[in-house]
Design a protein around this ligand. Structure first.
Ligand SMILES: [Zn+2]
Length: 195
């Protein structure tokens, strides 16, 4: 068994964007900290692991079986917005322009990183199309995002469901998550049909 320093360093180094050096910095910071940060983080992590999971319908984080969006009867069930990350849901919610439901892919198809369609909850998305009139593919305008959108469009359109993408101006080029509220609202409102 590795000592606590090694164990935590290795665990933190698994996080996206955190390498060995950064992980080490975090660990030594926490060791020297006198404010109780380590216990606070440990407690929050335990709660995250114990109390939260992903909504069984859309994949957004949830404390129950269904997330707040899927269980809200005032939401338009005929509209599904497909996003790459939960952060994108939060960004779209900030615009207050969208009242449908979501489907979180937790990634996009990326052959170079070994992420094929089978690694994403695409079957789950297709299983939700009954009674749905439109699917908005709010994927980032990257090579992988575009390829994933095209892949999904080819699967969804034959079911007779309208498939749209937000109008991606230059300002959304950074990604949905980083787009400012007004730009994103405009992109969603001026979405266009695919194919
Ligand atoms: Zn949900």
């Amino acid at each position: 068994m590795a000592d606590p320093i090694q164990q935590l360093t290795a665990a933190l180094a698994r996080l996206p964007g955190v390498g060995e050096k950064t992980a080490q910095r975090f660990v030594f910071f926490l060791l020297a900290d006198r404010t109780g940060a380590a216990r606070e983080i440990a407690h929050a992590l335990a709660r995250l692991a114990d109390e939260m999971s992903l909504c069984r319908q859309c994949g957004f984080p949830s404390q129950g079986e269904l997330c707040a969006y899927c269980s809200d009867p005032r939401r338009d069930g005929g509209l599904i917005c497909v996003v790459q990350n939960p952060q994108d849901v939060l960004a779209i919610e900030r615009t207050a322009e969208y009242r449908g439901r979501y489907h979180v892919l937790h990634g996009v198809i990326n052959p170079l990183e070994g992420v094929g369609p089978d690694r994403l909850p695409i079957r789950e998305l297709l299983a939700r199309l009954d009674g749905v009139s439109e699917v908005i593919l709010a994927l980032n305008p990257t090579v992988e995002g575009d390829a994933t959108a095209l892949y999904l469009q080819r699967l969804i359109s034959p079911a007779g469901v309208k498939v749209t993408r937000p109008a991606t101006g230059v300002a959304v080029g950074m990604g949905i998550e980083y787009a400012d509220k007004a730009t994103l609202a405009q992109a969603i409102n001026s979405r266009r049909g695919m194919g």
